[in-house]
Design a protein around this ligand. Structure first.
Ligand code: DCP
Length: 703
């Protein structure tokens, strides 16, 4: 077996997942051009999932429904349900659990997001090979399998056709070396047996859940993920190592798993290369010089299709959480509002944690609270964690309030909350088995003092090369469309229950640094990392610059994420660094030899900004983009006709999704500029002058 061909790894990804969930709930939607949209107040709502029939009409994610209907008159629209004033993903989560359950009967799986799972099939393949009397595989067992790179001379055939697939498969099967008993099977044969298992598994998923999926089968996670996307929907693709060179020669670096963000952009900029195959021109020493030892070594192998990140057995999400945006004038400016919304989020969290405990027999020990402040130009936000002592909304919200109240510069005696908050999120993580003896009582008895573990990540800045803010869940200033339409005057009221007076462990929390003080470290680091080495004339400086950034990246790719100019950086709350000696996550991260790994669990990649976002935060993240589009379209309509108050949005309101690499960064910077505009003085000035913001205001009032 050649180096890098030792394992058989597969990625299975559901096809247009939310659409399929809606189609199962409403069979009339099946086989139709259909989309799932969030909310509907503005232009019919924003599209987050698209059936393949609708894709044929040019409908894409991130379009407005009304625009999509112009492309496809018969478009069917299913809506994401709402609960507690937020998108409710329950149906999709439950469907995901069903799928994972079926898949895990076939192999040990690593749930990678709400609709994706990796599996290491090496052992299962070996077992099958032992059980097989003849090491030949009948093509009829691989009815939906493509072989990347086969047939080898296929220029006259249309890609993705059945004829091409079938000829490629036959050619591939004919090329396999049959192995006699006792002889080690070829890598090709192992992949083929893996593909056969995945065919069976996909058929079982469809039979038992009604959902179709696609898959990639190769020797590692990166290639499996890449292969999965090559022949969607309802197909699977084997990617042999021998076909990698040709594929990589025209594959943009940003298309590779973990290279869609800053690291990919930095590679492109630093080395002046575009495609993955271009990296093979560099020696390992050169790559190490530019990106540090670990990343350099990793890239050297990766551009040859070799990667070793393990498939980590995990079927459950690592964290459970919820968040809500309060953009612009809906930002939370009083303690009452902050408490009210923390309580709303806590209600949802309590409900989901309780269900999770009952179903999965585990309890979360850590509670993370994140906020973003109005006018905060940094991509990251404050994030603090404490012990999660009880699954009870009142307790969760009061503890959450207690650990963020020091951010309120208006002081505890005032009704105001300053600076206002534009985002709240709470999440639970650090799960362990629910105590078997004594049940929940046992769990409750292990209550620890909040003061012991409570820790502000903003206070870690001097303790680690990884700034605490860099590792905290950096939240975004993205907007909830729905909140946008909410009148500022319709502020919620809260039943006062003295939550603000909650004393945590009887200790006053350490005085926080002022907002500006605590931001500065991150900002400095941000500019360090994003500094383009090309600006330097001397290669020496170039090296220094990239080394500095890569040494941070080597420590943890979180740095990239948080300092990224990407508009909505989101990092798993489990990565928030609490000052806790047994902080497994922090240890994990430090020791992790693979530059950007371990972070992908529960994450979806946003096609707009290439940011990886927790599945449960995706609705809020999408809102952000929708809100930005909306704001952009208002700006452009008002600049073309300042007097108009009508909502005359051009199709440019939904720019085509940008994916990865440099393009992603460019998009990100644009968005960032708008973030500033949204809440900054310029926007206020515009509002007072009756400019575009005033148009926006009057529109909101109408709604
Ligand atoms: N999702 C979302 N917002 C995004 C991206 C995804 O809400 N910006 C949700 C809806 C998707 C689901 O996550 O159905 C899975 O996302 P995928 O990226 O896997 O896309 P689909 O499954 O919809 O389509 P595909 O068949 O291309 O994988």
């Amino acid at each position: 077996m050649e180096y890098g061909e030792e394992r058989v790894v597969a990625l299975v990804d559901m096809d247009c997942f939310y659409v399929q969930v809606e189609q199962r709930l409403n069979p009339a939607l099946r086989n139709t051009p259909c989309v799932v949209a969030q909310y509907k107040t503005w232009k019919g709502g924003g599209i987050i999932a698209v059936s393949y029939e609708a894709r044929d009409h040019g409908v894409t994610r991130n379009m407005w429904v009304d625009d999509a209907k112009n492309l496809c008159q018969d478009l069917q629209v299913a809506r994401v349900r709402e609960l507690h004033g937020k998108a409710d993903l329950t149906h999709y989560r439950e469907a995901s659990v069903e799928v994972i359950e079926v898949m895990s009967r076939f192999a040990v799986i690593e749930r990678a997001s709400i609709d994706e799972a990796y599996m290491d099939l090496t052992a299962a393949v070996q077992q099958r090979l032992k059980d097989m009397s003849v090491n030949r595989i009948d093509p009829s067992l691989l009815k939906t399998t493509y072989i990347q790179g086969y047939p080898q001379s296929s220029s006259e055939l249309e890609p993705h056709t059945e004829d091409l697939r079938s000829r490629g498969l036959h050619q591939w099967l004919a090329s396999l070396t049959p192995s006699s008993l006792g002889e080690q099977s070829s890598a090709g044969l192992q992949l083929t047996v893996g593909a056969f298992i995945v065919e069976e598994m996909r058929a079982a998923v469809e039979e038992q859940t009604g959902f179709r999926c696609s898959a990639g089968i190769s020797h590692n996670k990166v290639l499996a993920k890449l292969a999965c996307g090559l022949n969607k929907p309802n197909r699977q693709t084997i990617l042999p190592l021998a076909s990698v060179t040709e594929l990589f020669n025209s594959l943009p670096i940003g298309k590779i798993r973990n290279l869609g963000g800053k690291l990919g952009s930095s590679i492109t900029e630093t080395l002046g290369v575009e495609n993955m195959g271009d990296l093979t021109r560099f020696s390992q020493a050169q790559l190490e010089l530019h990106f540090g030892d670990k990343t350099g070594r990793w890239l050297y192998d990766l551009c040859r299709g070799i990667e070793f990140e393990a498939v980590k057995p995990r079927q459950l999400p690592k964290s459970i959480g919820c968040s809500k945006n309060f953009p612009g004038k809906t930002s939370l400016a009083t303690k009452e509002e902050v408490q009210f919304w923390l309580h709303q989020l806590a209600l949802e969290l309590e409900e989901r944690l309780t269900k999770d405990r009952d179903v999965n027999g585990r309890v979360a020990k850590s509670l993370t609270v994140g906020v973003r402040q109005l006018g905060d130009k940094r991509p990251s936000s404050f994030s603090r964690c404490c012990a999660l002592v009880r699954y009870e909304a009142t307790k969760i919200s009061s503890d959450s309030f207690a650990i963020i109240k020091s951010l309120n510069t208006a002081g505890n005696q005032q009704a105001a909350w300053t600076p206002p908050l534009t985002l709240l999120h709470i999440s639970a993580s650090k799960f362990s088995d629910a105590p078997s003896s004594g049940g929940i009582t046992g769990f409750l008895s292990t209550e620890t003092s909040l003061s012991q573990s409570r820790f502000s990540t903003s206070q870690l800045s001097n303790k680690s090369s990884l700034d605490a803010k860099s590792v905290s869940p950096c939240k975004q200033q993205h907007g909830t469309i729905q909140s946008f339409f909410q009148k500022a005057t319709e502020r919620p009221t809260i039943q006062k229950d003295g939550e603000e007076e909650v004393s945590v462990g009887g200790k006053a929390s350490p005085a926080p640094k002022s907002a500006s003080e605590s931001h500065s470290g991150a900002e400095r680091r941000s500019s360090d990392v994003s500094e383009s080495p090309r600006r330097h004339i001397k290669s020496f400086f170039q090296k220094r610059s990239t080394e500095r950034s890569s040494s941070m990246k080597n420590s943890l790719n979180i740095v990239e994420k948080n300092n990224s100019e990407d508009c909505v950086p989101v990092v798993s709350p489990s990565r928030t660094q609490c000052e806790n000696p047994d902080n497994e996550q922090a240890t994990d991260v430090e020791l992790n030899p693979n530059p950007p790994s371990g972070a992908s669990e529960d994450l979806l990649t946003c096609d707009r900004c290439s940011q990886e976002v927790l599945a449960w935060e995706m609705p809020e993240h999408n809102d952000y983009h929708f809100a930005m589009d909306l704001q952009k379209s208002f700006s452009s309509s008002s600049s073309s006709s300042a007097a108009t108050t009508s909502c005359n949005i051009s199709s440019s309101s939904s720019p085509p999704p940008l994916r990865g690499g440099v393009t992603g960064s460019a998009q990100s910077s644009r968005v960032k500029t708008k973030i500033r505009g949204q809440s900054g003085p310029a926007a206020k000035k515009l509002r007072s002058q009756g400019g575009s913001a005033s148009t926006l205001d009057s529109f909101f009032k109408k709604n």
